[in-house]
Ligand binder design. Structure first.
Ligand code: SF4
Ligand code: SF4
Length: 142
């Protein structure tokens, strides 16, 4: 069974923000975790960006557990967007993108974006000369 790393954006409703659901998944599914960002106040809307490491099945079960308990989960890469109309495929961003979410397609020499690999570091947003990379994250980065 594969060990995987996943970074997710969690949204908590006022009903779920006071519950220890994140502690529960760590214990129940034997996961390692790192809270990259959190803004949680009991009985208010909250958010957290969580890095999880564990066996693929355990991570998947943990995501199901969170959903069943009313937590909205978004892969963090979906908070980063590439505007294809603006991108001029200069390749500057690919040199900085460590997880290779941005890479050059050798067949077409176009720069492609894979949100599944993106860890939302925000570096591409800062360096893109034509502002083709956009972020919906507060402060632009995790
Ligand atoms: S730096 Fe901007 S313009 Fe250049 S390839 Fe990346 S997204 Fe496209
Ligand atoms: S935010 Fe970071 S990881 Fe995501 S595409 Fe940009 S440079 Fe790569």
């Amino acid at each position: 069974m594969n060990e995987i790393r996943k970074i997710v954006h969690l949204s908590f409703s006022p009903e779920t923000s006071g519950k220890p659901v994140v502690c529960n998944i760590i214990k129940l599914y034997d996961l390692c975790f790192n809270i990259l960002k959190a803004h949680i106040t009991p009985r208010e809307v909250g958010e957290m960006i969580l890095e999880i490491n564990g066996l693929e099945k355990a991570v998947s079960d943990a995501m199901d557990y969170l959903k069943e308990h009313g937590v909205k989960i978004t892969p963090v890469g979906q908070k980063i967007r590439k505007d294809e109309a603006s991108c001029m495929h200069c390749g500057v961003c690919t040199a900085l993108c460590r997880p290779r979410a941005l890479s050059v397609d050798r067949a077409t020499w176009k720069v492609t974006f894979d949100p599944e690999k993106c860890v939302a570091c925000g570096l591409c947003v800062k360096v893109c000369p034509v502002k083709a990379m956009e972020t919906q994250l507060e402060n632009g980065t995790i």
